[in-house]
Design a protein around this ligand. Structure first.
Ligand SMILES: Cc1ncc(COP(=O)(O)O)c(C=O)c1O
Length: 475
């Protein structure tokens, strides 16, 4: 039976049965939680497979899950392209804003993803990857975000063009065209439509209150301007409609007015050949998540076929910019329960050795849910509890305040450890890396895990020392 709330963990007072599979990568074995074959609690003991006893709290970055996401989506599109007889290819593009850490970008590129960026330092990251030979010439780099004339971002894009030909700046604002035009370099360009939100028609799109993209009138003007520019070529139409849309039919319906605009633009501008639906692909952040990606792909390609047939234009290549979908599941954050106190509350408080609100800002800011499971004592009785971070902040709690989701953890708290899972997208970028955090808590150690030829590889990144924190703050 479907729960009427997001399922964030084990929902029973009974122990977890041996071998229980919580989702595609978390399993109970001998009372301990395993991420694939990795016994997470063992990282904090002498038996640590990482070669040393690691301190709590600990961030875990599990790279094989990034590769799996990219491979699965590429395969899904290959299947539906064949199934519906689609004439066009699919570009999986990683939206780096979800997590710009070096090991993440290295992994997405290694798995064959194209690359999307949104600001000037992204260009520096890409240049590093090109110099290291990790971003080959055949990969597309899509430059989204505001890149106004005179900005560092605009200048950096012009420079990047000298290093990499497969570069597509996407015009977000009319003023962004002139630096490209006057550069004299040949540029393939995209146009971003003002399409964020649900619009039943082009008329509704016109009235949308969004700072992203060009109005319909400006799309036409910009396309004509590009057509007359000797060094510019229109290749992409960008039509992002939202974030985490969990119904495939609704998602494609939201895209339909934009597909209509694409086909009409294509009638007039024959160089146009990529339909980019941007981000928004939902990802598993709770245990009840279900989204039929196949159904989405099939519906999208059929809608493109149907519309392009009506306008008598070829079907486009399709691009998606996958941020959350790529990186959500590869990130976990492990904590120790340092004390349990009743305090006259309806549910006991379990206090962890870190901050929930600064580690997962979306939880307190947006009421977002993530998975929480114990790392040990899974074979013992559970009880419903509430979690508190170690800061003095009344919002540093989980489940988030408006939530209806119960949280069950083992009654036995001696040596109890737990993990937050599916926290790899946006949380670290929003919370900041190596800054000074709420209640001056030092940043945790990080363990980067990879698996090569069936053997685990570990890289340990040191956390902040008290001296690091003090220096940050000017002491
Ligand atoms: C232009 C653009 N592309 C892609 C993304 C990534 O979206 P998601 O994380 O939903 O995949 C975003 C997110 O804000 C975006 O603004």
């Amino acid at each position: 039976m479907m729960a009427n709330h997001p399922v964030i963990g084990w929902e029973s007072e009974g122990p977890v049965p041996e071998g229980h599979q919580f989702n595609t990568y978390l399993q109970a074995r001998h009372g301990r939680l395993h991420l694939h074959d990795l016994d997470l609690a063992s990282l904090f003991t002498q038996e640590s497979p990482a070669g040393q006893v690691l301190p709590s709290p600990l961030e875990v970055v599990y790279l094989p899950l990034i590769r799996r996401q990219i491979t699965t989506m590429n395969q899904m599109f290959a299947d539906v392209i064949e199934e519906v007889g689609y004439d066009g290819r699919f570009y999986y593009t990683y939206a780096s804003k979800a997590n710009a850490a070096e090991e993440v970008i290295r992994t997405t590129l290694g798995a064959g993803a194209h690359h999307e960026m949104s600001s000037t330092v992204d260009v520096d990251i890409v240049q590093i990857m090109i110099r290291r030979g990790l971003l080959p010439p055949d990969r597309l780099i899509v430059c989204n975000g505001f890149k106004t004339a005179g900005s560092q971002y605009a200048a950096n894009i012009l420079q990047l063009r000298q290093l990499h030909q497969n570069l597509i700046p996407v015009i977000e604002d009319m003023g962004e065209l002139s630096p490209l035009l006057t550069s004299g370099h040949p540029f393939a360009v995209g146009l971003r439509m003002k399409s964020y939100g649900h619009h039943a028609s082009e008329t509704e799109m016109r009235t949308a209150n969004s700072r992203f993209g060009l109005s319909l009138d400006d799309i036409w003007k910009a396309a004509d301007y590009i057509a007359t520019a000797p060094n510019l070529k229109l290749v992409m139409y960008h039509n992002m409609v939202g974030s985490q849309i969990t119904d495939p039919e609704a998602f494609v319906n939201w895209l339909k007015p934009g597909i209509e605009v694409y086909a009409r633009l294509r009638q007039r501008h024959s160089s146009l050949h990529i339909f980019n639906f941007g981000g928004g692909m939902p990802a598993a952040m709770t245990l009840d998540f279900h989204f039929d990606y196949h159904d989405f792909g099939r519906r999208l390609l059929r809608a493109l076929q149907e519309t392009c047939r009506r306008y008598n234009v070829p079907t486009p290549d399709v691009m998606g910019e996958y941020g959350r979908y790529t990186t959500s599941e590869h990130g976990a954050h492990l904590f120790s329960v340092i004390t349990a106190k009743e305090n006259g509350s309806k549910l006991p408080w379990y206090i962890i050795d870190g901050s929930i609100m600064s580690s997962f800002p979306d939880s307190w800011a947006l009421g977002e849910h993530f998975i929480v499971l114990p790392l040990n004592h899974l074979d013992k009785p559970f009880q419903q509890v509430q979690l508190g971070g170690i800061t003095c902040d009344s919002d540093d709690v989980y489940p988030p305040k408006p939530s209806q989701s119960p949280l069950y953890l083992p009654v036995e708290t001696d040596g109890l450890m737990l993990g937050f899972f599916s926290v790899g997208a946006y949380q670290e970028m929003l919370g900041g890396v190596r800054g000074s955090k709420h209640c001056v808590l030092p940043e945790a150690y990080e363990l980067v895990v990879d698996r090569v030829d069936d053997a685990y590889q570990f890289q340990i990144l040191h956390g902040q020392t008290p001296d690091d924190v003090l220096r940050n703050l000017g002491y």
